[in-house]
Design a protein. Structure first.
Lengths: 324, 282
């Protein structure tokens, strides 16, 4: 068990280091440089700088030092929690990320739990051998095919603009000073549509996994034995089948949780939700590269962390993994 | 013996596969005839702004007076180009890498799988965005990034299959009689795994369409091209558009087309998966 966990941990750290290197090298490898962008890039006022001024700026930002030297100082900064300075918000990148991350967490977690529950209820029935459930499968495939940002825009138009049931954007009502239950209700009201979109987009794959997993377990001899003993269908379904069938679903939940953080970017943009996804988008619009890289690192860390925890959880739940 | 024709027939017999193929045929037809069918150039200002669908503009015009029908057709061409190139290149690369990793599982295989694991552990969309920002926003670059990110998933599946296939008696015999990697790849693995490869290609193509639409929606696609994502973006960006009836003919056509493309690829992939499972079961 310990060997397994430490092996996984080593893999995670290796990938994280690779992501760090990519993050550092990418802006330096592509054509153009920040000073050029400053003077003649998109969205900046064109100013002509003489070579001496350019040299001064480049020395000020440490861009004239050797690459390895720059890498070392940027890594040292990262260890101190210093991810750079956002030129757009005029604050430290780490502060911004800390402030925005809980919003994304709220959105993705509730969306996943919602679709997970729906898939569990519908999928556990579907595995019981009554043939394919076309009435679930067809709408699920269609929903899966609509890209989340398109589904989001459509829901926004129908339920938000014309129905008037939901707010059009944001994470909470600004300047409202609500407290207690009212505040929670306000948060839920704002999160409802994006959560619904995220849940709809992940439902189909969840449903498939639950269904195939339950139908596999259903053919096990011990389930047949339970039937022969005359146990009620309900008990067999929950106590015997679902418990075993949930193992692969746990892994899948982790996988989706890891991926959903990135998938939420577009949904957050549509609904103007104040999470990391929208922050990423704003960083792209504002040419705020330090912020963009900070967002990318957060996503990487999130994915690696979730994957690692899932692996450990799986190893703890399934005794067969430990022997491997 | 698995042939392309046999797979096509099996796919047409499958209800999901039939609907998917039908959708794909429509898309191919629209994009092949896009220059001929389109009444105007996608970026030409040809009419009054926000004109409702009518005799002169079948699907109406957008906020700049451009013809929506022409833009939808042009977008069809872009999406299909991305889908086909990424689908084929990504799957081919993944097939080569996965087969090599399965055929030489010791050193080369371990190395390839490490790379695959690493690439798959990094969050996809953020990485696509990061790469798209730092590379120049051109269609070729978008395609390149998508290919780069799509092959690891294919490689992982193919490797698992090759590992089991290579231990079958006839392949042991082929290797024993001196058949090398390329020989086995060309005469055995290729035919054995063709349905799976096509299923993977369909899935990769679907993801590519989705990613391209998403990138254009974020404004990171090729700014000189009118893709579906760009259309949706520009509609939502138009101030107050959602309170006028104009959103219905500006927003709905590209939304519908993206969904149709994704649905077709999903269903084809679903159908091909079934074909492969039936093949594998005998």
């Amino acid at each position: 068990m310990i060997r397994y966990v430490s092996k996984r941990l080593a893999g995670c750290i290796a990938v994280f280091l690779a992501a760090l290197c990519l993050n550092f090298l990418l802006p330096r490898l592509v054509p153009g440089n920040p000073i050029q962008d400053l003077t003649s890039g998109v969205g900046s006022v064109a100013v002509a700088l003489d070579p001496e001024a350019m040299a001064v700026i480049s020395r000020y930002y440490g861009l004239d030092r050797p690459l390895l030297d720059q890498f070392r100082s940027s890594m040292a900064g990262m260890l101190r929690g210093d991810l750079g300075y956002s030129i757009q918000y005029r604050t430290a990148v780490s502060e911004l990320l800390k402030e925005r991350f809980p919003w994304t967490l709220l959105l993705t977690l509730s969306g996943l739990v919602l679709s997970f529950m729906a898939a569990l209820v519908l999928g556990a029935r579907g595995g019981s051998g009554h043939g394919t459930q076309w009435w679930v499968l067809t709408p699920a495939i269609v929903l899966e095919s609509i890209p989340p940002f398109v589904l989001g825009s459509l829901l926004l138009v129908f339920l938000g603009v014309h129905g008037g049931f939901f707010p059009l954007g944001g994470g909470s009502t600004p300047f409202s000073a609500l407290t207690g239950v009212r505040k929670l209700m306000d948060l839920a009201h704002h999160a409802a549509l994006p959560v619904l979109v995220l849940a709809a987009s992940s439902f189909f794959s969840f449903y498939l996994v639950v269904r195939s997993s339950t139908s596999m377990v259903r053919n096990e001899p011990y389930v047949l034995m339970a039937h022969l003993k005359g146990l009620p269908e309900r008990t067999i379904r929950t106590r015997y089948v679902l418990r075993t069938a949930l193992l692969p679903v746990v892994t899948f939940f982790g996988l989706r949780l890891a991926n959903s953080a990135g998938g939420a970017i577009l949904v957050e943009v549509v609904f103007g939700y104040p999470g990391i996804g929208r922050l990423t988008y704003e960083a792209v619009l504002g040419h705020d590269y330090a912020l963009l890289q900070g967002c990318f690192l957060t996503f990487t860390l999130w994915v690696l962390g979730v994957n690692f925890i899932t692996d450990c959880l799986y190893a703890a739940l399934d005794p067969r993994v430990k022997e491997a | 013996m698995v042939t392309a024709r046999g797979i096509l027939q099996a796919l047409r017999a499958d209800p999901a596969g039939r609907i998917g193929l039908f959708g794909l045929v429509i898309l191919v037809f629209l994009s092949a005839g896009s220059t001929r069918l389109a009444p105007h150039a996608p970026d030409a200002f040809v009419g009054p702004i926000l004109a409702p669908p009518g005799r002169f503009h079948l699907l109406g015009t957008n906020g700049l007076g451009q013809d929506i029908l022409s833009q939808v057709l042009a977008g069809c061409r872009i999406s299909l180009t991305v889908a086909v190139t990424v689908g084929f290149t990504g799957t081919a690369l993944g097939f080569l890498a996965g087969a090599a990793a399965g055929f030489h599982p010791k050193r080369l295989g371990v190395f390839i799988m490490r790379v695959v694991d690493g690439l798959m552990a990094v969050p996809r969309l953020p990485l696509i965005i990061l790469l798209a920002v730092f590379l120049r926003p051109r269609l070729v670059n978008v395609i390149g990034v998508l290919v780069f990110l799509s092959w690891p998933g294919v490689a992982r599946t193919i490797r698992a299959q090759v590992l089991s296939v290579r231990e079958r008696d006839y392949l042991r015999f082929v290797r024993f009689s001196g058949g090398g990697f390329l020989y086995v790849l060309r005469y055995h693995l290729w035919r054995e795994l063709l349905p799976l490869l096509l299923a993977k290609a369909a899935a990769v193509a679907g993801h590519a369409v989705l990613a391209e639409a998403g990138l254009s929606f974020l404004g990171l696609g090729d700014p000189t091209l009118k893709s579906w994502g760009t259309m949706i973006r520009s509609c939502l960006d138009y101030p107050g558009i959602l309170w006028t009836p104009a959103w219905s003919w500006w927003l709905l056509p590209p939304s519908f087309m993206v969904s149709l493309a994704l649905l077709s690829f999903t269903l084809i992939g679903y159908g091909l998966d079934g074909v492969f499972k039936r093949e594998a079961a005998g």
